[in-house]
Design a protein around this ligand. Structure first.
Ligand code: NDP
Ligand code: 8X3
Length: 251
């Protein structure tokens, strides 16, 4: 059976994407740091999940694990580069430089390492699909998005450029750009402050992880001659990133 690699499979979109493919009978290589969450997934789909508990910014661990894939999971047909995060929500001048580095290292550098490794396997078979999870933050600026939005712009641009390099091959490259979605994303962004995270969704419509899992599965399941390049997916009530209007400071 074909195998799908899903990074960030321990929660949110990644977990829902993994479950969506597993429900269709695919094998899944599930990557994230929280082993217990990956084990829950593996217990629900016995024999179908190869759980790799690792930090994707650890390039040696990534290299080691992806070089030693058990035979049953070897027939990889898609890579979903989903793991990612935003840290902090303030203006650039107030942000923590370490948070910026973590976002760049996770959302860009780690994605590149994994892509490079898997692309080699795809090239050997002249088949495969790389699906990157971007964000509407790549196109619509909002206060506090700064480096996060810029990392997602990289993901979008890299996907489109990758596609030009793959011209003439059977390998597809797609970028799915979700809008406001309720996952653990905001809790991570606000560093565990659940109340603050919840307030982001107050009086707003938002996407669910299952909505994005369905979009990813649809993108993958289209005929082999069809490539979704970039697709923006927003909740019906959203028209541009977060777009808070803010009164000017009165001084
Ligand atoms: P979650 O926080 O629910 O999921 C993030 C996933 O990424 C977790 O499984 C986490 O696993 C994994 N992850 C983060 N850092 C690492 C790391 N260093 N190594 C391995 N795994 C890591 O958020 P979402 O599901 O919402 O986010 C998924 C993607 O969607 C991200 O790329 C995000 O930028 C993007 N996105 C989210 C939107 C939203 O509104 N929620 C909107 C647009 C895009 P663990 O902690 O176990 O390592
Ligand atoms: C907001 C999308 O990725 O900035 O609509 O949270 S993101």
């Amino acid at each position: 059976m074909d195998t799908i690699i899903v990074t960030g499979a321990s929660s949110g979109f990644g977990e829902a994407i993994a479950r969506r493919f597993l429900a269709e009978g695919y094998n899944v290589i599930a990557i994230a740091r929280r082993e217990e969450k990956l084990m829950d997934l593996a217990h629900n789909f016995p024999g179908k999940v190869h759980a790799l508990a690792l930090d994707i910014t650890d390039k040696h661990a990534v290299e080691e694990c992806l070089s030693n894939i058990p035979e049953y999971f070897e027939n990889i047909t898609a890579l979903v580069n989903n793991a990612g995060l935003s840290l902090g929500f303030g203006p650039a001048q107030d942000n923590n430089i370490n948070d910026w580095e973590t976002m760049v290292n996770t959302n860009i550098v780690a994605l590149l390492h994994i892509t490079k490794k898997v692309l080699k396997m795809f090239k050997e078979k002249n088949q495969g699909h790389i699906i990157n999870i971007g964000s509407v933050a790549a196109y619509y600026p909002y206060m506090g998005s700064n480096v996060y939005g810029a990392t997602k712009s990289f993901v979008h641009n890299f996907t489109l450029n990758l596609k030009t390099d793959l011209e003439g091959s059977n390998i597809r490259a797609s970028c799915i750009a979700p809008g406001l979605s309720k996952t653990e994303f905001a809790v991570v962004r606000f560093k565990g402050d659940v109340e603050k995270a919840d307030s982001l969704y107050e009086n707003k419509t938002y996407l669910t992880a299952d909505n994005i899992a369905e979009t990813v599965f649809w993108t993958f399941s289209l005929p082999a001659n069809v490539n979704i390049n970039v697709m923006e997916v927003m909740p019906t009530g959203q028209s541009f990133a977060l777009g808070f209007t803010k009164k000017q400071d009165e001084k």
